[in-house]
Design a protein around this ligand. Structure first.
Ligand SMILES: NC(=O)N[C@@H](CC(=O)O)C(=O)O
Ligand SMILES: [Zn+2]
Ligand SMILES: [Zn+2]
Length: 429
């Protein structure tokens, strides 16, 4: 079947319409469209959004297939309503050559559940010493446009400057993990009253803000595109607002967990809440929500970071940082932004599809729901509520910070180029 008729869905929360998908595209949108051979998908009451796009996903393949593979991560993504994800470069081997990014790209095509878009490392082996073959990765079959040493900061300012200059040649962007390493030696959680009382080494907000301030100045100086990963502090939002008001080509991302959770989670000493950058304070969470609402923060990026049980279920200090995100990202955005009235559905589409696709220069994603456009879309039941069961997740790992938490929103169907990857809430392969 290469045609689907979606009955009664509400594009961006508007009036119900029928949407006909045919040969990979939206063929027609209207009232009471005739099925004429198309498979009917009943969607009364469901919200239709363009397929979500993640700028920040860790798929762990190659190297840690015990934690996630391109296929299992792709399935988690499709179930979360995503049609494209950017796969971070901190794999083993590191995605710092055309060969590795092409391998990841091919694995994504074979899985066929989302478009897996490889991110290229900025420096060889993420070591922060010399630039990787950025041009070769850009010219490869993977057509890399986003470059990041994520997991590590490109700390050397001269190297960061050269990376920014270099990627201009192919309209690329450097996505920075903003963490001044000399300020976070041994850091375990947000530095503040709670880290003091828990006796855990602090990760000060200034370690993030200092790098963002430096990098927006560098991006302005060389006229290049900068993207800031997982912004976590109120001060970072202020710096970004200032930089944007000066016309700096900077974009920024916030994770679902930084929109919802705070450093109070660390009081449990449960390492599922250990993450880089750390969960911050209530005031930071409020500033992040406000920044996302007013567009200072451009996108929600999941920073989906699967970890094997032995890397997570240990003492806090020994556990790896990072938490799952793909399958609950939309639910967290509904809970923190839509239900409180801070973002409407058009806003959700903008922050989770349109802008991330634009930053990654993905031509076929983040498009309007209109005839002729690629049929990449998601149908969401915004009224459903369910409690998160980590055992039921499609990810190969179980480190969800939302275990047992009730969240709104259920992805009912996801279509990639007109083909359902999820139907009735179930992955189709
Ligand atoms: N966020 C994390 O705490 N961990 C990420 C790396 C990163 O995003 O910095 C990971 O790869 O596990
Ligand atoms: Zn990071
Ligand atoms: Zn990351």
């Amino acid at each position: 079947m290469n045609a689907y008729l979606i009955k009664g869905a509400r594009p961006l929360g508007g009036d119900p319409v029928d949407i006909l998908l045919k040969d990979g595209r939206i063929a027609a949108i209207g009232d009471s469209l005739a099925a004429t051979g198309a498979e009917v998908v009943e969607a009364a009451g469901l919200i239709a959004l363009p397929g979500l796009v993640d700028l920040h996903t860790h798929l762990r393949e190659p190297g840690r297939e015990d934690a996630e593979t391109v296929e299992t991560g792709s399935r988690a993504a499709a179930l979360g309503g995503f049609t494209a994800v950017h796969a971070m470069a901190n794999t083993d081997p590191v995605a710092d050559t055309a060969g590795v990014v092409e391998q990841v790209w091919r694995l994504g095509q074979e899985a066929g559940l989302v478009d897996v878009v490889p991110v290229g490392a900025v420096t060889v082996g993420l070591k922060g010493e010399r630039l990787a073959e950025l041009g070769a990765m850009a010219d490869s079959a993977a057509r890399v446009r986003v470059f990041s040493d994520d997991g590590h900061c490109v700390a050397d300012p001269a190297l960061m400057r050269r990376a920014l200059e270099y990627v201009k040649a192919f309209d690329g962007v450097v996505a920075q993990h903003a963490e001044e390493p000399r300020l976070t030696v041994g850091a375990q959680m947000h530095e503040g009253d709670r880290s003091a009382s828990l006796g855990l080494t602090g990760w000060p907000a200034a370690a993030e803000e200092a790098i963002i301030a430096r990098d927006v100045l560098l991006a302005e100086h060389v006229g290049a595109r900068l993207h800031v990963c997982h912004v976590s502090t109120a001060g970072s939002v202020e710096i970004l607002r200032w930089a944007k008001s000066r016309g700096v080509q900077v974009t920024a991302e916030v994770t679902p967990h930084h929109l919802l959770l705070t450093d109070a989670c660390a009081e449990s000493y449960d390492p599922v809440f250990k993450v880089n950058p750390p969960l911050r304070t209530d005031a930071d969470v409020e500033a992040l929500r406000a920044g996302l609402a007013d567009g200072t923060i451009d996108v929600v990026g999941t920073d989906h970071a699967p970890h094997a049980v032995e890397d997570k279920e240990s003492e806090w200090a020994q556990a790896r940082p990072g938490m799952l995100g793909l399958e609950q990202a939309l639910s967290v955005v509904i809970e923190t932004m839509v239900e409180p009235g801070r973002l409407d559905w058009a806003g959700v589409a903008d922050r989770m599809s349109v802008r991330p696709a634009a930053i990654g220069r993905l031509a076929d994603h983040g498009r309007p729901l209109a005839p002729g456009e690629p049929a990449n879309l998601v149908l969401v039941d915004a009224t459903a509520r369910a409690s998160v069961d980590p055992a039921a997740l499609a990810s190969r790992s179980r480190n969800s910070p939302y275990a047992g938490r009730e969240l709104p929103g259920r992805v009912v169907a996801t279509f990639l180029r007109g083909v359902p990857t999820v139907l009735d809430g179930k992955a189709q392969k």
